[in-house]
Design a protein around this ligand. Structure first.
Ligand code: ADP
Ligand code: MG
Length: 260
């Protein structure tokens, strides 16, 4: 390569790096503000949900099994809604925690957790929105408890599941598989969605890269997931994707992070 061309190329690369860095800094600042603004109301919703749940139980006890059927049915529905609200709040909290991590690179504690349970919870959460057109299939292996941060792994799974579901235009399948592979566990999430072009494949882990409409995509999901898996859990995340056929993401995380 000509020296002049090499310099121009270098400059271009540096410019791109500076642009990415300042984008990161602005995002970090934004995130810190949003985290603060959202955490307080979320805490109050959580505590209201607890009170609501206990109150509904108390009313149900007062009415007893012989209470008016319409009232009992309404109570049952309300209790279900309260549970869905709690899960929704947990999801918001998870996103906030993820943002916090993104903003400050915070380390959080690891503990042994059941990944299959996390997978099932995440599918429950995403499934309720998509179950009419997408079949969620699981093939869960026998896993030992895995040393991880369950909230963060849950967040990563949600990101991948939502992406999988959003990639499917009409009807399709999302298959989640777990297995032990040596001293790691594998979680794979395969969708029968649109797949990605080569250009998209290059950029999916870039902060704020999204091919989705404004309001649908933020482009933060995969960069966050990448950090959660590689930095917080010393794992790996890889993918294969074929246009028109679908995409498979594979996460591998060590069963224990302790040095031998
Ligand atoms: N399962 C998938 N199938 C097809 N494209 C995907 C998939 N997952 C991610 N992508 C692509 O990667 C981009 C970035 O994903 P992400 O970081 O989660 O941001 P967002 O979902 O907010 O757009 C998406 O906009 C999409 O183009
Ligand atoms: Mg996403």
């Amino acid at each position: 390569m000509e020296p002049a061309a090499a310099t121009e190329f270098e400059l271009e690369r540096l410019r791109a790096q500076v642009a990415a860095l300042s984008k990161d800094a602005v995002l970090a600042q934004l995130a810190a503000g949003v985290i603060h603004e959202i955490n307080t109301p979320i805490a109050s919703i959580f505590s209201n949900i607890d009170v609501m749940e206990r109150s509904l139980e108390a009313i149900e006890a007062q009415l007893g099994a012989g209470g008016p059927p319409k009232a009992l049915a309404l109570l049952k529905m309300m209790r279900n809604l309260v549970q869905v609200d709690r899960m929704a709040c947990q999801r918001i909290s998870g996103v906030i925690r993820g943002l916090k991590l993104h903003a400050r690179g915070e380390e959080e504690g690891l503990c042994p957790a059941h990944l299959n349970q996390l997978v099932e919870d995440s599918i429950l959460l995403v499934g309720s929105e998509y179950k009419r057109r997408i079949a969620f299939i699981t093939d869960l292996g026998d896993l030992p408890p895995v040393e991880c941060n369950p909230q963060l792994i849950g967040q990563a799974l949600l990101n991948l599941l939502v992406n999988a579901a959003q990639a499917i235009e009409a009807e399709g399948q999302v298959t989640v598989r777990t297995a032990v592979e040596g001293d790691q566990v594998l979680i794979s999430i395969a969708d029968t969605g649109t797949g990605m072009t080569d250009e998209v494949k290059q950029k999916i882990f870039h902060t704020a890269f999204s091919t989705k409409a404004l309001g649908v995509g933020t482009g933060l999901g995969l960069p966050l997931t990448y950090r959660i898996i590689t930095e917080q859990h010393r794992g790996t995340i890889t993918f294969t994707s074929e246009l028109g056929r679908g995409t498979t993401f594979e996460i591998r995380i060590p069963i224990t992070t302790k040095e031998p």
